[in-house]
Design a binder for this molecule. Sequence first.
Ligand code: PHE
Ligand code: ZN
Length: 884
Amino acid sequence: MDIARTPATPDGNQHLADAAPEPHDPATIRREDYRPYPWLVPDVALDFDLGLEATRITARLTVARNAEADASDTIRLNGDDIEPLSIKVDGEVSNDWHMDGSDLILPLSGDAHEIEIATAIDPSANTKLMGLFASNGMLCTQCEAEGFRRITFFPDRPDVLSTYRVRMSGPKAQFPVLLSNGNLEAQGDGEEGTHWAQWHDPWPKPSYLFALVAGDLVANSDSFTTMSGREVALNIWVREGDENRTGHAMESLKRSMRWDEQTFGREYDLNLYNIVAVSDFNMGAMENKGLNVFNTKYVLADAETATDGDFDGVEGVIAHEYFHNWSGNRITCRDWFQLSLKEGFTVLRDQLFSQDMGSEPVKRIEDVRILRGAQFPEDSGPLAHPIRPDSYREISNFYTATVYNKGAEVIRMMRTMAGGDAFRKGTDLYFDRHDGEAATCEDFVTAMEDGAGLDLTQFRLWYSQAGTPKIGVRMEHRGDRAILHLKQDVPPTPGQPDKAPMPIPLRIALFDRESGQHDGEQLVTLTKAQESFSFDSISSLPVLSINRGFSAPVTIEREISQDDLVFLAAHDDDPFARYEALQDLVVSHLKAAVSGQLEEAAKRDGEEAITSAFASVLADDSLDELMRGELLVLPSETYLAETMLVADPAAIHSERQALRGAIARALESEFLNLHERAGAVPFGMDAAAKGARKVKTQALIYLAAGNPDVARRRAWSQYEQADNMTDRQGALMVLCGLSGIERTNALIDFYNRFQGNPLVIDKWFALQASSMHPAALEHVKALADHQDFTLKNPNRVRSLYMAMAYSPHAFHAADGEGYRMIADLILALDPINPQTASRFVPPLGRWRRIEPKRSALMKEQLERLAAAPGLSSDTHEQVSRSLG
Ligand code: PHE
Ligand code: ZN
């Protein structure tokens, strides 16, 4: 087939010229408007006089003209919610300054100056948790992306790199531990029970990587010897009593350090690595140079209080932040449009690390599940944006699954096309060429071309085009040839009505039906809108296994029979493709069932095919339990909705539950056996024991749908006998979806047992909010009034309301009550913590893809939000984009 290929410009952006111009909005920041900062700021000295309610900061900046930028006779320093108490230029008090909005403008006539500015802030009033804030009696900073400007006036942009010297003093009893980036230079006691410490970070860095911590903390200390033989002191700082739950984090850190040496040749570059855990944090963790700040959720773990999933989360996030030391800190971003330069790459690095630490296929399946559950909906909705966005109003709204997870997939595709060794040459060149710089995505791509020997001219479209490509697949057999017909369609997204075809690397295998074998995997790269690929010496129509390992982040729409899917579900030697065949089997059945077009007989046929495929999974001795557990997971309701143009959440929910019930009734004794067999495996952290715990709860989930009475009894005994959180939480989750006294008793026991452990109480909230219990919404309302609920702690807010907003059952209640509750939450939270509030908008933003009745109710809530006075710019941006 001969289809004209649309040429891509090097920038890959030519088609955007056709897009409707956005209305002029001065608050919109555009990538194309980037200009280098007129001043260099080689050195920064900060002096903190610390207090929970009043902290005074004196900042001294040396500045010099930037020869590579346009000259300016003023300097603009960003501020947010601060005022200058005094300003000196070259030691003289200056009154010759003015404010432009919240920025400070100072005239500067010479080539180099020293600027000194004093500010004062109240950390205890900082509920946004950006800048310097108080948490549980300690002081802590969060500066990415634009938090530093809430501490002092500064060019708060990632391309201004400075070395920092930080002095801090404060009451010794209240803040016995004083930490900042880099190395401790000096410390001592001051007057009236105070003490001080002075830190110096030799590596130039942007302000977003600055950190300071002061508090009453204890450390789990260890050390690591780097590949060149340097000893690095490692400390994980937590509140007293938590130190015995930091062992897994410490082991994960040491494994990350070794792995990055071995896999990417990256060695750590300071003699000290500090991690601090805080319980009030908007995100997972932060990679500040030499002083990572973590949400306690990603540090604290022991078997009694953390699930296997939590353990994996700790390992992955510890690795992620550590890997940022090179992909993020040594090489940072020129501007925030380049965010995926550090995040996409670092996510890929942490994924590869976790694949190496555990089961590679299981980790791959989990990562694809996250992509499909979170990123695909983003890419097909009103908030869709390329991994390198072109404009934003609030950068904090762009810490998205697209920038992070799709960004990782894009770099993974380069790795697939280049092969592991050439990819490493590319990353070596990138690290070497750009060390110490603030770089761009374009720099990364060019280094990959030069180092790995790839031509990425057309591939650059993956950086500029949003939307998940849809790949149409048809297989044909003629003579002794098999012909694979592929076509691609990249859907329109906001501001990008027309798309050019992208290169889609697809790993494929052609299975012979008779032998169940194939002659080896091949990489086929579709570069045109339509293209056909021919394979010789094939005697009959093969069964196609495509997008193996999920080699491209696309959706596959293939003409394939149920029999062929059953074949692949049983025979595919690529574990991901095998999982995928089973998922496809279920998805196509449920899509037909939900549409109401499936006749009874056809429905029973479908259920039987699926049941027999599941029976093989349950009986297959060659599978380890971790993989078996993955194969048993049904596609999520969110993902099912995503495969439909317009979704009816209630129909999806009931058909999916009905299918689960049918499978469970047909295979009840198998599930009972599985539950028993897995229950007999003693506790351990090895893969076999983890796998046993996974299938144990999977079995309960099926039993609950097929035979609730049996499930209730089994779940209760699993709960009571649990010697670890994975079993206990799994049993409680199943009980939460059922009614009965066991549910009540287990919830009371769980609360009493773990009262005083906030991370476990978060689980208690989340399990109830996300449960399939018919009264889940009423439960959420009651929990919002619980003494332990507070809007001031992001983990707690998420545990109740994110759980509900992403649980299709409660959120999509037919009368719109779920939508109203989320809108109410957004309005209540926005004045306290706009960053966290705005993250609740996207679930409502799905309205165009939901059946008309619910759609109108969702839109109504968005309109109510849009009309609310005084909305933060974070939330406002998300609401207006969702309606637009
Ligand atoms: N940069 C952090 C990470 O990905 C995430 C983060 C962003 C944390 C913004 C806080 C604020 O590791
Ligand atoms: Zn990151």
